[in-house]
Design a protein around this ligand. Structure first.
Ligand SMILES: Nc1ncnc2c1ncn2[C@@H]1O[C@H](COP(=O)(O)OP(=O)(O)OP(=O)(O)O)[C@@H](O)[C@H]1O
Length: 264
């Protein structure tokens, strides 16, 4: 099975991948990273992509972000909106204050000075950093820096958020808090009629079961969609709940079977 979708027929999609193939290099050195991946993501849907190391998860996000070109197939992002991208490293400008970091996308979007100030304050409040606008990144903890990165990505006012292991470098407690915050702001955006579609890559199956509306499992290289499941667990969720643990165990079994099939 290389082409699957759980989005009801006729529903609009925020991100559509159809038969996406990505090959790096040429000839004998060619690496097929993705092989005919098809995936429709509904507006406001939270999709977690899981898979063994090297199965092409980051490649997929980079292609959706427009940072690289597909070798075959097509990608459509609704309204041709530029997605926001967040990585494991916050990638903040160390010489700028927290507020100035969040202001960068607003300047690029051409917002006037007064409007920028208001928006920076709102965004920092959203991630509970209202009192830290004048600090510099090195004065903050890792979790706080990732919150600044999230505020800066939200400043793009994008309907599509691409997250590549964004909490992978954080301790479990901090990650837990950021899961709550991300879920809260994602729920608020959807409730306000400004859907936030999230494509979230993780190695951590518990994290996927904690956050996702749908979990999509990619095969080992070349990456293909081999299995997916809706997550019917009421929100807000807890990562240590029995329902999340049961689903995570099922995904782990599937992942183990896939890794075992490939011997790596
Ligand atoms: N620029 C590149 N040139 C050649 N091969 C590449 C390039 N980028 C990625 N690859 C290869 O493509 C495959 C998919 O890489 P990718 O980083 O997308 O996987 P991943 O699932 O995100 O991995 P991980 O979980 O380890 O982060 C890997 O085999 C990788 O070595």
């Amino acid at each position: 099975m290389t082409s699957t979708t759980l989005v009801p027929e006729g529903a609009t999609t925020a991100v559509a991948l159809s038969g996406v193939t990505k090959v790096y290099g040429r000839g004998a050195d060619a690496v097929v990273a993705l092989d005919r991946v098809s995936l429709d993501v509904a507006p406001g849907e939270f999709v977690c992509l899981v898979g063994a190391s090297g199965c092409g998860k980051s490649t997929l996000l980079n292609l959706v972000a427009g940072l690289d070109a597909v070798s075959g197939g097509g990608i459509h992002v609704a309204g041709d909106a530029r997605p926001g991208l967040m990585f494991q490293e916050p990638a903040l400008f160390p010489w700028l204050t927290v507020g100035a970091n969040v202001e960068v996308p607003l300047k690029l979007r051409g917002l006037a000075g007064a409007e920028r100030k208001t928006r920076v304050a709102e965004l920092l409040d959203t991630v509970h950093l209202g009192d830290f606008a004048r600090r510099r990144p090195h004065e903050l903890s890792g979790g706080m820096r990732q919150r600044v990165a999230l505020a800066r990505t939200l400043a793009l006012d994008t309907p599509v958020l691409l997250m590549d292991e964004p909490f992978g470098a954080l301790d479990a407690m901090t990650r837990d808090i950021l899961h709550d915050e991300l879920e809260r702001l994602w729920t608020a955006r959807n409730a306000a009629g400004k859907p936030l579609t999230v494509l979230f890559v993780t190695h951590n199956v518990r994290e996927a079961a904690r956050l996702a509306d749908r979990i999509v499992l990619l095969s080992s290289r070349p990456g293909r969609v081999i299995w997916q499941t809706p997550v019917d667990v009421a929100r807000p969720r807890r990562i240590d709940s029995a329902e999340v643990a049961t689903l995570a165990a099922e995904v782990t079994d599937r992942l183990r079977a896939e890794v075992g099939r490939h011997g790596h």
